[in-house]
Ligand binder design. Sequence first.
Ligand code: FE2
Length: 206
Amino acid sequence: MRPFLIAILLIIFQNTITFSQSRQVGGPCEDCEALLDYKLLNRSPNAVDTLPGFYKNEPKIKITGTVYHRDGKTPASNVFLYIYHVDRNGLYQASDQPVGWEKRHGQYRTWLKTGSDGKFTFYTFRPAAYPRRQEPEHIHIYLKEPDTIPYYIDNYIFDSDPLLTEDEKQMQKNRGGSGIIKLKLENGIWTANRDIILGLNIPNYN
Ligand SMILES: [Fe+2]
């Protein structure tokens, strides 16, 4: 058997073992396993990261947050976060040599992992709306806690976005808390904070 095939089988086997021991929270999600692509890329996520394209695109944004346990007070450590969004044309555009879910999610993505204080920060640029402008501008975020499978929480959306209508606001599920952020210019970069509460409005969480 080819080494490449063996490596793929090993990854599938490892993920099967991991998932069978993990809490099945969050309901159906066809692409949440994309969170695990950091393994394919041999990446070791940190609490702070910069997405590809940050230096070439405007407007640049900085997003901070703290992940808390269900009590809303205790910081949650060792939580993996997966972030991805479209480019300035509203497209999920992959690079020339996409790895894993990059084919679907595009090249503007990264992974983070909270430390003991639960905090994280990422630098990126503000994505455009989809070309048909059928949805507000958004940044996807998925989580994986040490004992859960990967699951998604509410997208980051921008309160200054004209596409974010009252109806859209009402449609939000507030998974992990509200994803609506308000950017403020701080030290020359548009900055927003959104804290995340694990289990809040997440199906099958308990
Ligand atoms: Fe999207």
